[in-house]
Design a protein around this ligand. Structure first.
Ligand code: GLN
Length: 499
């Protein structure tokens, strides 16, 4: 209790002047986000199979719908970030998002078949309020220029992946061994724990995350605005419901939302001048590049899972494993294992003043991505005459792609909190995730383009068709990495000493 009182009096300086590698609040946010990701990835891992097996959708439709759901989730992150900046603040946004996600999961748990789209719609809107804003709070724990920030996001990212791994694995297991109701309940319980941890530890956040209106607007008015946002977000749910139950609307939605968000940011940028505006321009360049990254990376949920299903043997280092399980979990496991290491490498390099700047890290991310797709391509040289190839090599490609992800994804989160002026933190974090929405969307199109042209394709035809695609992706990723590195002097200027 004494602790809580002294925590309450904590000022921003007390928090940001922490000693050691990580602020203690980071561990609480880590745990809360870990459980949120448990719920999120648990649900994500069930969606496609549930739609095929229970809702009797064709594989093609299920894939399209899966892509649309993912895209809507990450699009809502932009909206969630924006409202946090302007009205709710990060804390209330996380709270509200968590509640909606809990309602979503338990709705699915009660009657997965009948209430499927309603449950998913709650989850989409809830994740939009939760996910970007908890990441932004992490950024708030650090002072401008603190070299420990990237390592902190690295640790946070491990939490994300522990949750992703456990959720993805346990929920589908529960669905297979018990029932879909139990599986969706597990996701709901994960979310209750995640939100609970946030609620019980938020007093340690001092002044971080309150509504931007506090002190400027009467409390009564603030409450009115809060209620309006809550009510507005509930009203969006039927609209999302309509969109996900009608795939043809997805394209239209994607054509409109991105450009509108982009124009809105340009409009906001013009309220700033000089260094601040240029830093926002740099952030937008990183965001645009990240779309390419995610479009390739997210083959994981699409074409790579089909490749794993049809073309891979079942052995990793002599141990028998299902290639799809490897496809779904190798990345998370590698992040958990290597994220702390990468964080420590950045920290050690920064002590010696050798840490590569963010642009070079991003460039490296693309080079790893390129190498990884080359390895995916290379699996074809290990194939037998039936078109079955090596799960070992495939797993190696996941190791390489994970290093690429670690050079880009946690750094990107960190970067948004460095480049955006404080009143736009939430929106820019949302924009970072909006790039993932477009990445997901493009990933589906790329995957569809790579799949074999006809249903009678042999395994060998499939192998050639997918690996040809992976070779192309490897070349494009290489080009993107090189362009990034070549552009680095220009971007560096825009970033004004932020690195
Ligand atoms: N895997 C990470 C997460 O769930 C990154 C997701 C993304 O930005 N596309 O947070």
């Amino acid at each position: 209790m004494g602790m809580a009182v002294s925590d309450k009096r904590m000022t921003l300086d007390d928090i940001q002047n922490f000693e050691g590698k990580y602020p203690k609040q980071l561990w609480y946010l880590f745990l809360s986000e870990m459980w949120e990701r448990f719920a999120f990835y648990g649900m994500r891992g069930m969606l496609t199979i549930f739609m095929v097996e229970q809702l009797k959708l064709s594989e093609k439709d299920a894939n399209l719908k899966y892509g649309a759901i993912q895209a809507f989730i990450y699009t809502m992150a932009f909206v969630g970030g924006l409202f946090a900046d302007k009205l709710l603040g990060f804390r209330k946004s996380i709270f509200w998002g968590g509640i909606l996600m809990i309602i979503g999961s338990f709705t699915l748990a009660v009657s997965p078949k009948d209430l499927y789209y309603i449950g998913i719609s709650f989850t989409i809107v809830g994740t939009g309020f939760f996910k970007p804003n908890i990441s932004t709070i992490v950024g708030g724990l650090y002072k401008t220029g603190d070299p420990r920030r990237d390592a902190g996001f690295g640790l946070f990212y491990s939490g994300i992946n522990i949750g992703a791994f456990l959720g993805g694995w346990l929920c589908i297991n529960a669905a297979n061994n018990y029932s879909w109701n139990v599986a969706f309940s597990l996701a709901g319980i994960g979310m209750v724990i995640g939100l609970g941890i946030f609620i019980f530890t938020r007093h340690t956040l001092g002044p971080i995350g309150f509504s931007p209106l506090v002190g400027k607007t009467e409390p009564k008015k603030i409450r009115l605005y809060d209620v309006m946002v809550y009510a507005g977000s509930l009203l969006v749910i039927p609209f999302i419901l309509l969109l996900i139950s009608n795939s043809s609307l997805t394209d239209m939605f994607m054509y409109i939302v991105g450009p509108v968000a982009f124009l809105y940011i340009v409009y906001e940028m013009f309220k700033y001048s000089g260094a601040e505006r240029r830093k926002l321009a740099a952030a937008l360049i990183f965001i645009l590049f990240s779309i390419i990254f995610w479009a390739f990376f997210e083959q994981a949920g699409g074409s790579l899972s089909l490749f794993a299903r049809y073309n891979l043997n079942h052995k990793v280092l002599g141990i028998t494993l299902d290639p799809n399980e490897v496809n779904n979990s190798a990345n998370s496991i590698f992040v958990i294992l290597f994220s702390p290491l990468v964080g420590l490498i950045w920290l050690a390099l920064s002590k010696r003043k050798l840490e590569p700047n963010t642009i070079i890290k991003f460039g490296l991310g693309f080079l790893f991505l390129s190498a990884a797709f080359y390895v995916f391509y290379f699996t074809r040289f290990f194939a037998d005459k039936n078109g079955m190839t090596s799960l070992d090599i495939f797993t190696l490609a996941y190791l390489v792609i994970t290093f690429g992800e670690l050079c880009l994804s946690p750094i990107g989160l960190s970067l948004m909190t460095k480049l955006a002026p404080k009143p736009l933190h939430g929106m820019m974090m949302g924009m970072w995730f909006l790039a993932s929405a477009y990445g997901q969307y493009a990933a589906g199109l790329l995957g569809a383009g790579m799949s074999s042209p006809n249903d009678h394709a042999t395994l060998m035809d499939k192998l050639i068709s997918y690996t040809d695609g992976y070779k192309l992706l490897s070349i494009y990723a290489l080009i993107a990495g090189v362009v990034m590195i070549v552009l680095s002097p220009v971007i560096k200027k825009l970033m004004h000493e932020v690195h």
